[in-house]
Design a protein around this ligand. Structure first.
Ligand SMILES: Cc1cc2nc3c(=O)[nH]c(=O)nc-3n(C[C@H](O)[C@H](O)[C@H](O)COP(=O)(O)OP(=O)(O)OC[C@H]3O[C@@H](n4cnc5c(N)ncnc54)[C@H](O)[C@@H]3O)c2cc1C
Length: 263
């Protein structure tokens, strides 16, 4: 099975204090530590396990700048066979549709049975996978937390739905799946693995190579425009509980009783 996994380089939540920038247009991106989007890492692990069992290859692709190369190498150190960097100034400032347009053009250049994305990334839009499937005119399943290969034409996929319930579906290949965290246990990537792929040549494609109309992507082609970016003001009614753990627990129990949550 030939699998393409879309991966995004995002600020690492554990390593950064995220703040809004001075003009309120974005987060402050100075001095941030970046890593691969957590959901995408699960998708890559799942793809590697599927290829180990059923054969084929895993390609990781990203739309980004030169620095995005590091997330491709990390996922290759993990076990992905190939990397592909989609890079062009024309892609800067793309909205979700722009990113999906660029990815679709890359899909058309290959011969993939299965495309995976993360369920969401740092902007939390959760739209790239669905848009990509629509552009490809193939079936799509979101929030996938289980995959079984039925044969080379079909998969069985589990989806996490409301209330902790689980849904199982059969889906035709080729298709797009957006992967939920927890589907597997991503393997550890050691420094030796990273060194092994440090000098591997990673192909790069620009708008011209991909046949993407530069005017349809990037900031100019964005149909969704971010108007403001801010931390909401604190509302009324929050009470900070102070004291040691036992005192705080007593206060929580008192409050729950007072509000009818505990009898
Ligand atoms: C006007 C405007 C300008 C913007 N400018 C920028 C910008 O300059 N830089 C920026 O990073 N974002 C920018 N964004 C945000 C951009 O919309 C998001 O990158 C895109 O919508 C994806 O949203 P998300 O990160 O929430 O991804 P989701 O849709 O939540 O992500 C789901 C999955 O899609 C895949 N995916 C998402 N992005 C990429 C990518 N770049 N490469 C490969 N796979 C990917 C991953 O598999 C990911 O797990 C802009 C948005 C708007 C509206």
């Amino acid at each position: 099975m030939e699998i393409l996994v879309c991966v995004k380089r995002v600020p690492d939540n554990e390593e950064n204090e995220i703040e809004v920038n001075g003009s309120g247009s974005d987060i402050d991106r100075g001095d941030l530590v970046y890593s691969v989007n957590e959901w995408d890492n699960y998708a890559v692990e799942e793809a590697i396990e599927m290829v180990d069992e059923h054969g084929g290859s895993v390609t990781v692709v990203t739309v980004g700048d030169d620095e995005a190369d590091e997330v491709l190498r990390r996922e290759m150190a993990m076990g992905a066979n190939n990397g592909l960097l989609l890079k062009d100034d024309a892609f800067n400032g793309s909205d979700g549709k722009g990113i999906a347009t660029v990815l679709k053009a890359a899909v058309d250049k290959g011969n993939y049975d299965l495309i995976m994305t993360g369920a969401q990334a740092d902007d939390g839009a959760g739209q790239v996978g669905g848009m990509l499937a629509a552009m490809m005119d193939v079936p799509y399943a979101s929030l996938v937390n289980k995959i079984e290969v039925i044969d080379d034409k079909k998969l069985k996929v589990g989806r996490e739905i409301e209330g902790g319930n689980q849904e199982m579906n059969e889906i035709d290949l080729p298709c797009v799946l957006s992967i939920q965290t927890g589907i597997n246990e991503p393997r550890y990537v050691g420094i030796r693995g990273i060194r092994k792929v440090a000098s591997v040549e990673i192909p790069t494609m620009n708008a011209g190579d991909l046949g993407v109309d530069a005017g349809a992507v990037g900031a100019g082609g964005a149909k969704a425009k971010r108007l403001d970016y801010f931390v909401p003001e604190l509302g009324e009614g929050a009470e900070m509980l102070e004291g040691d753990m036992d005192e705080i627990l007593d206060k929580v129990i008192e409050l729950l009783k007072a509000k009818g949550g505990l009898k």
